[in-house]
Design a protein around this ligand. Structure first.
Ligand SMILES: *Cc1c(COP(=O)(O)O)cnc(C)c1O
Length: 365
């Protein structure tokens, strides 16, 4: 079902706050009691989404001054601030907002101290291993994120006055689908962190809980429940994708249908400038069809039956493809394709201004 408030031709993101709340409840039910849950704002920075998750989670994880402002406006109770290229202004604003900074390099420590900022901090560490499988691996390999584990002892020996290391930030992967491996990664992160003594109270294991876009499944959360968190350790998880993906749907009307050189295309009001993820990751995002029966034009309505189609967008590039080779029983111009699981890294990562089409409508349920 589509909301009544959609304009035509249909082109809309529909975000459902009740799904956000349900997701938080489901995740909490599978985490060890007392785990701190922060929402990683970069997955979906729509103010209503951020506000809802600021209330439902313990706080927010932000990675820019813009996200920091969103988090403050949303009334976040706790804020973690990360990112490999923080500016002086961002560092000062984050400390002023009471955010816990995840420091990404020895030089950033010097900059914090040079700004006269006195605060407790976490160090983001790029560990030697173990690595997790997923879409982007950020540790155990060369990346711009965090301090190489082999340099950590030297960095810890030279922490500038006024700064106190109270924990580590160990975000390692995006879209991991292996629940038992994720639980092992978290347990290992806790054990490893404790080697650095009792002043280490915060173990932030980041996000990365995955969902499988080709199916309706997600990472199995149940192994997380078995993780043992020692007394005095604040275990922080900061998922983005898993909390928001299922709270969003992208709906786009079929403007034209055509077959060229043996391939059938449904051309949509919309495309990768609104939902870039399939193009960025090179997969086909499945859709369902909302059939619209009304047709009051004086000319015939184009339609296809029992055929495999590509769902493509309105941009003047052959790369504007959301889905390849999905079978449809019946599809007509004026029907609407619905792309589920588009609440994370959808609108937020897309190149909105390319070709200057009207933006989609945003409907918040
Ligand atoms: C992107 C990011 C997250 C969220 O990752 P998801 O894969 O969306 O769960 C959490 N923490 C940090 C530091 C990130 O960069």
């Amino acid at each position: 079902m589509l909301p009544d408030s959609l304009k035509t031709p249909v082109c809309a993101y529909i975000y459902d706050k009740s799904v956000l709340r349900a997701r938080v409840a489901e995740l909490r039910a599978n985490l060890p009691t007392g785990t701190t849950l922060l929402y990683a704002v970069k997955a979906n920075g729509h103010p209503d989404v951020v506000h809802t998750l600021a209330q439902e989670c313990d706080g927010l994880e932000v990675a820019s001054g813009g996200e920091l402002d969103l988090a403050i406006t949303a009334g976040a109770r706790r804020i973690a601030f990360g990112g490999p290229a923080k500016t002086d202004r961002e560092l000062a604003a984050a400390v002023a907002a009471g955010a816990l900074i995840n420091v990404e390099s020895a030089h950033e420590l010097q900059r914090l101290a040079g700004l006269g900022l006195h605060t407790d901090i976490c160090l983001r560490v790029n560990r030697r291993g173990p690595t997790l499988t997923g879409s982007h691996t950020m540790t155990g390999t060369a990346t711009p994120f965090g301090i190489d584990e082999t340099q950590l002892d030297d960095v810890l020996a030279t922490i500038p006055d006024g700064l106190r290391v109270i924990g580590f930030h160990l975000h390692a992967v995006s879209n991991n689908l292996d629940g038992p491996a994720h639980a092992r990664f978290i347990t290992d992160a806790i054990t490893w962190s404790q080697r650095y003594g009792p002043q280490i109270r915060v173990v932030n294991v980041g996000g990365g809980i995955g969902i499988d876009y080709r199916t309706t499944t997600s990472m199995d959360l149940t192994p997380l429940k078995q993780i043992t968190v020692p007394a005095g350790i604040d275990l922080i998880l900061e998922p983005g994708r898993w909390l928001t993906a299922d709270a969003g749907r992208y709906a786009a009307e079929v403007i034209d249908l055509k077959t060229t050189h043996g391939r059938t295309f449904a051309v949509l009001r919309g495309g990768t400038h609104h939902f870039r993820l399939p193009a960025a990751w090179g997969y086909s995002h499945p859709f369902t069809i909302h059939h619209v029966d009304t047709w009051n034009r004086p000319y015939p309505r184009p339609e296809v039956t029992d055929v495999t189609i590509d769902a493509v967008g309105e941009l003047c590039t052959p790369r504007d493809v959301l889905t390849r080779d999905q079978h449809v029983d019946h599809l007509r111009v004026g029907d609407v394709l619905i792309f589920d699981r588009t609440g994370a890294y959808g609108w937020d990562i897309s190149h909105h201004d390319f070709l200057r089409h009207d933006p989609p409508q945003f409907v918040i349920l």
